[in-house]
Design a protein. Structure first.
Lengths: 653, 185
């Protein structure tokens, strides 16, 4: 074997603390290395051309590049080898940037360590085998989890591109948080007027199948061929018959049921249609509040339903869907504001959340768009907004900025003035974060044109004054003092947190999530909608708090990724999979048990039980190889012999 | 108002000393003002507590140590409780009182005198002896009429005993004082 070694300067990133020329010279002493050189930027076009020339000139059949992390450029150099006519797996990378030059300052020690890493890579490369990926078919259907604005955008873009889309929504209607909003910033256009038509499109599009009031139960398979179990929760209403007339809701005597769409501002009915523009506009029964289902009495809805749609016998249903790609767009939930006991949320009726206030402003809300405070139904004249409730606060475990609260608070201050012209708004803020197009101008407008009184400081406490008002005591740090405002209504600008059960869903999808439950993107800059699991993409606030334009942008981006994936004739599987040596396998089945992907089948060979790897399913994690008591399972490209050779190269003395 | 010349006045060794003694990282403070908002004594402070924190961040030693606020602080720890960055602000205030004592900046002499009288009383009797404390405090400050009106109300309720209270473990308390003095010699 003839091995070529290329030691990259990476500008001054590596050359700054590693003598690359010396590393290249030292490499010439390693076994089977016939060519070695240093190069300015191995990944650049001239750098790659240099590798190709050297392969041709020196008849190399294996290449080591000592540069950055393989996560960055392994695919790049594999393609370089392919262009030079070599098998792309006859390549190894020594990471002398992240593992050497960036972490040590001693040039001599760094140079020695870099040479050792190259020696390790050479020893591994000597034992590499050419590998060829297998090709397999793609199921050109996509699953979109979550029917908020990000999911709607992703689903419509995919459907328009001709893909079949399956959308799963946890609530009985799509629309997500945006459907609850009255207006949107910075244009103050009506939220349901711009979202409504898109929701209708979801319902009417021939390529989209919508499962509302459903959840993803389990996911198996791999990119191009996922199998998804969807649980359709029992609604006790046959949606094929339900016309959404609302007769049942009118006649339901259970009037203390929660109304989650209206953020629990007012009690709802046990049978419910969330709002007039709901998609699908179908009724569902909240079983634990239904008199018929809990006490076997009543049954009014069944009596009045003109289409005979009520079915008290309904059960949860599991549906299996096969798809090739998945877009997670599960959105966010509000931080539990009652944690701030000093603000009295949950205790004082006139302390409401921003989303509750949004429902109070909305014409489809429980007050019909007239702002009335919950305690006595009076119109509030003084409204105090408290920002950063559950944002930028380490003491409640939420150190991050939710990003959109400054903007929606400015919007709500403007809307308050529109609804109640003789009202005054006070906004307690820490910093105004408005870095979007026309955003800062918008917050200025709230102050300049609408007279919102902005006070720079946090609020220490809110307490009732005993005469129907709330005293808000905060700081004005610009004035350098404590301030108090009497308020008729206090609105908490509650921050975003990961949607409930996000970690559980992430585990089903085998994607990573951060300490707060937000899903992790593939790369914070270059792979914003990809995950580390092939075929699974992200859109919207499930990846981190974001506003509507950003969520829509990500919805389209995720759709573009799926369309790109599906535009390939066939997909290639990573050939770095497990391989069973049938002579050594004793058929104990431990590997099959331990495989998290179900990629190992137990078969029979001449009457003996044997393990068999399904190459397209295997993700190459190596658990089976580590488990096998016989050493019969080996991970291709990472065999025991290769790893031992690497260790030996390092521990020569 | 004067221009503060940050280059010349920023006292990093003072900042470091306070951070070390209080075990609090002052750069965690993002000046939200929640300590000032929650402080029940802001009305009496010459510098609100959030501004004390800001002056600490800019190493304004003299301004901080000559303030009344650090002596008027009642150590109620509302600031600590409300701080979104989990800074023990009350502890910083406490350390500032220690530093001010050591370096001879005591703006509120009477508060210092009360602390001294209180601790002397505890050292001597194992717990505070109210009348003895009052006598000592009045002797130090010459404020004969301070709180005189409270005496007649407290006496009949048994809140003020004419002799020191007898408690167990008096010696143990005295040892605490001794150990502290030895450690800080």
């Amino acid at each position: 074997m003839k091995i070529g070694v290329f030691v990259c300067h990476c500008g001054s990133n590596i050359e700054g603390t590693v003598d690359t020329k010396t590393v290249a010279e030292a490499s010439l002493d390693f076994p089977e290395v016939t060519f070695a050189t240093d190069t300015m930027y191995a990944c650049s076009e001239p750098g790659q051309d240099g590798i190709i020339e050297a392969i041709e000139e020196h008849k190399l059949d294996g290449v080591v590049v000592a540069s950055c992390t393989p996560r960055m450029h392994e695919p790049t150099f594999r393609k370089t080898l392919e262009r030079a006519g070599l098998n792309p797996y006859m390549f190894e990378m020594a990471n002398i940037r992240e593992h050497v030059s960036w972490i040590g300052k001693d040039r001599e020690a760094n140079t020695n360590k870099a040479a050792d890493l190259v020696r390790i890579a050479v020893e591994k490369l000597r034992r590499n085998q050419p590998l060829t990926p297998k090709e397999f078919d793609i199921n050109r259907r996509v699953l979109v989890i979550g029917g908020g604005v990000a999911g709607i955008q992703a689903a419509l873009d995919c459907a328009e591109a001709g893909l079949e889309v399956v959308m799963v929504e946890r609530e009985s209607t799509i629309g997500g948080k945006m459907a609850k909003l009255d207006k949107t910033f910075p244009t103050v256009d009506c939220s349901s007027c711009i979202l409504g038509p898109r929701m209708v499109e979801i319902a009417q599009h021939p390529n989209i199948t919508l499962y509302a009031y459903s959840e993803v139960e389990s996911v198996s398979g791999y990119v191009g061929n996922f199998e998804v179990q969807v649980k359709k929760k029992a609604t006790y209403v046959d949606w094929a018959k339900c016309t959404g007339c609302g007769e049942c809701v009118e006649k339901c005597p259970s009037r203390k049921a929660p109304d989650p769409f209206n953020e629990l501002l007012a009690p709802g009915r046990a049978i419910n249609i969330p709002f007039p523009q709901a998609i699908p506009k179908k009724a569902y029964i909240q079983a634990e509040h239904c008199i018929k289902l809990t006490k076997d009495k009543c049954g009014n809805c069944a009596k009045v339903c003109p289409s005979d749609a009520i079915n008290f016998e309904a059960k949860d249903e599991i549906i299996t869907e096969e798809v090739g790609g998945i877009i997670a767009a599960t959105g966010y939930d509000l931080f539990d504001w009652t944690v701030y006991e000093e603000y009295g949320g949950g205790r004082y009726p006139d302390v409401v959340t921003s989303l509750q206030y949004e429902r109070m402003l909305s014409a489809s809300g429980p007050t019909g768009g007239h702002v009335k405070r919950p305690s006595d139904g009076k119109e509030p004249k003084k409204v105090v907004f408290i920002q950063c409730v559950g944002s930028r606060d380490k003491s409640v475990g939420r150190p991050y900025c939710s990003g959109f609260c400054c903007m929606y608070t400015a919007k709500q201050a403007i809307l308050t003035k529109d609804h109640i012209p003789d009202s005054e708004s006070y906004v307690f803020y820490m910093d105004i974060r408005a870095p979007g197009k026309l955003y800062d101008e918008f917050t200025r407008r709230a102050m300049e044109e609408y007279g919102a009184q902005y006070i720079r400081g946090r609020v220490g406490m809110v307490y009732p004054d005993g005469e129907g008002q709330l005293v808000v005591r905060g700081a004005d740090t610009l004035m350098g003092t404590q301030v108090e405002v009497k308020a008729d209504l206090v609105v908490l600008a509650v921050g975003a947190e990961a949607a409930k059960n996000s970690p559980q869903l992430a585990e089903k999808l085998r994607i990573s999530y951060d300490a707060y439950g937000f899903f992790m993107e593939g790369h914070p800059k270059l792979k914003p909608v990809e995950t580390n699991t092939a075929g699974v993409y992200l859109a919207g606030a499930c990846q981190g708090a974001k506003d509507i334009p950003a969520s829509v942008g990500q919805g389209s981006a995720a759709a573009a990724k799926v369309i790109g994936l599906f535009s390939k004739e066939k997909l290639k599987s990573d050939p770095q999979t497990a391989l069973v040596d049938i002579k050594r396998c004793i058929g104990c089945g431990k590997c099959a048990e331990t495989c998290p992907f179900g990629a190992i089948n137990m078969t029979e060979f001449r009457g003996q039980p044997k393990a068999e790897v399904l190459e397209t399913v295997c993700q190459g994690c190596g658990l089976c190889a580590a488990t096998c008591p016989q050493g019969a399972v080996q991970l291709k490209h990472f065999t025991d012999n290769q790893i031992l050779a690497e260790v030996e190269a390092l521990c020569r003395f | 108002m004067q221009t503060v010349n940050l280059t010349d006045t920023i006292d990093r060794s003072f900042m470091e000393k306070v951070m070390e003694e209080s075990e609090q990282n002052l750069s965690l403070c993002y000046q939200c003002g929640n300590c000032t908002a929650s402080c029940p004594y802001t009305f009496g402070f010459d510098i609100p507590v959030s501004r004390v924190m800001r002056l600490m961040q800019t190493g304004q030693k003299k301004a901080v140590l000559t303030s009344s606020s650090i002596w008027l602080c009642a150590s109620c720890t509302s600031c600590t409780t409300r701080c979104p960055n989990n800074i023990d602000v009350a502890r910083v205030m406490d350390v500032l009182r220690h530093v001010a004592r050591r370096e001879g900046f005591v703006k509120e002499r009477r508060v210092k005198a009360f602390f001294d009288s209180f601790l002397d009383s505890v050292r001597k009797h194992g717990r505070v002896f109210e009348i003895g404390l009052m006598v000592d405090y009045v002797r130090k400050t010459g404020r004969f009429w301070t709180d005189m009106d409270l005496g007649p109300k407290m006496l009949p309720k048994g809140k003020m005993s004419l002799t020191p209270h007898r408690i167990k473990g008096k010696d143990a308390i005295a040892r605490i004082f001794k150990r502290f003095e030895e450690e800080n010699r």
